[in-house]
Design a binder for this molecule. Structure first.
Ligand code: SAM
Length: 418
């Protein structure tokens, strides 16, 4: 870094004595930025990369705040928002996030898609893929597919399909040094080189998935040239059909964040990607599901409903590409609920999904929100009868059922606060 940064190096090294910067992204699927700012639990200032990205100015824990659990915001340090800015997502696009867990950038992509188009969020490590699924559920993303596949398998199966592909690559994590001592301990020159090899392989796979005319964004949270510019240069030498639009480094001493590298590449060619036929799936014909929709929702969520072998009912955002059957799909669209024999039981995910309008919405005061999040049953007057969505101030908290003046708590046990 001394060699690369020259006269800037002392400022770079000095910033490692400072605490890490924190940030959050307002989830615009839940509410407009102005509404969030009016109720924000912490002082914020704009991060400058995306309109809904902010730096947090107070040292206050936020993970268990109801607005966080309700998906009104996502905690993300400000410079990690650079890839989302580079992707320039427009509603209706088909987007692949190839290394997606825990889901920070996928969440942003989903928000920018605004319910239109398709997000395929992939994570190769199974336990992390589960976390990814829960993040997207919490953020209310209804047009996502979560997969757990190797990049070469997934990108081979969906070659030429995506308008935009993000590779937020596993890296040596120098941008994590201020907040994660393990990243410091794991660092070595050999680790940097092994990361670079893996990054080249992932990017090579990713290239296949990009439609002609589509874009590929490569990012890391590290500063070594081997893992950043060198990976991009090596890629461009092999792929004459791609060109570099720009690359950008954010450093902790030049920007109010932990640092990020982003490169935006464009695949030559005009027009949209190969439109592959729809994945054939069995339609859900269960009258019980439709009966539930009639009773509890203003309208059944648009999209085809399918029933999986395990009884889960999913509402698909639109036709899914052929090829997905070759990879492990954890969930797709909205996980509406389960068929238990001939009975339909709605899921927590349905209560969290953005764009689903419930007939019964039980809005809780702050103290009641805490009680609900701790798994308690609440006495509610005039709440009606039947399944309902439990809400905080403009964001959902989960599922409930009104029975004789009591709000039965259907928040999954694993999500309850201890
Ligand atoms: N984009 C994520 C976000 O914003 O929350 C962070 C992604 S993290 C930097 C990189 C991810 O790549 C990790 O979840 C890691 O498990 C995954 N990964 C590790 N090895 C991989 C490989 N060989 N191919 C694809 N992904 C890999």
């Amino acid at each position: 870094m001394q060699q690369r940064l020259g006269p800037e190096a002392p400022a770079f090294f000095a910033c490692y004595a400072q605490p890490p910067r924190r940030g959050l992204r307002v989830n615009t699927l839940r509410m407009p930025v102005a509404d969030f700012l009016a109720m924000s639990p912490v002082a914020l200032r704009p991060g400058g990369l995306i309109p809904e990205g902010f730096e947090i100015l107070e040292d206050k824990p936020l993970g268990n705040h109801p607005a966080h659990l309700g998906g009104a915001f996502y905690l993300q340090e400000p410079s990690a928002m650079a890839p989302l800015a580079a992707l320039d997502i427009q509603p209706g696009m088909k987007v692949l996030d190839l290394c997606a867990a825990p889901g920070g950038k996928s969440g942003g992509i989903g928000a920018h898609l605004a319910g239109q188009g398709l997000l395929v969020a992939n994570e190769v490590v199974p336990a992390r893929a589960k976390t990814l699924r829960h993040t997207l559920e919490r953020l209310g993303i209804a047009n996502g597919v979560v997969t757990c596949a190797r990049p070469d398998t997934l990108c081979g199966a969906l070659a030429g399909y995506f308008d935009a592909v993000l590779v937020d690559a596993p890296c040596s994590g120098e941008g994590m040094f201020r907040k994660d001592p393990e990243a410091v301990a794991a660092w070595s020159p050999a680790h940097v080189l092994s990361c670079a090899g893996r990054q080249q392989a992932i990017l090579e796979s990713a290239a296949q998935a990009v439609a002609p005319g589509g874009r590929l964004v490569y990012s890391t949270c590290t500063f070594s040239w081997e893992e950043n510019e060198a990976v991009v240069e090596g890629f461009l030498e092999k792929h004459q059909d791609f060109s570099l639009e720009y690359s950008r480094r954010l450093y902790p001493h030049t920007y109010r964040g932990e640092g990020h590298f982003t490169a935006r590449l464009q695949r030559n060619g005009a027009g949209k990607g190969k439109r592959q036929g729809s994945l054939p799936l069995p339609a859900c014909k269960k009258a019980a599901y439709l009966e539930f929709c009639k009773d509890a929702l203003e309208a059944a969520p648009p999209g085809e409903s399918i029933e999986l072998e395990d009884g889960r009912v999913l509402i698909l955002p639109g036709p899914l590409p052929k090829g997905l059957e070759k990879v492990r799909v954890l969930t797709a669209g909205i996980y509406a609920g389960d068929m238990l024999g001939s009975r339909f039981q709605p899921s927590h995910a349905l209560a969290m999904a953005a764009g689903v309008d419930w007939r019964r919405k039980i809005r809780l005061a702050e103290e009641q929100q805490q009680a609900y999040l701790h798994g308690q049953v609440l006495a509610i007057e005039g709440g009606g009868k039947g399944w309902c969505r439990v809400e905080g101030a403009g964001y959902p908290l989960g599922l409930g059922k009104m029975v004789e003046g009591a709000l039965k708590n259907h928040l999954p046990k694993g999500l309850r606060l201890l």
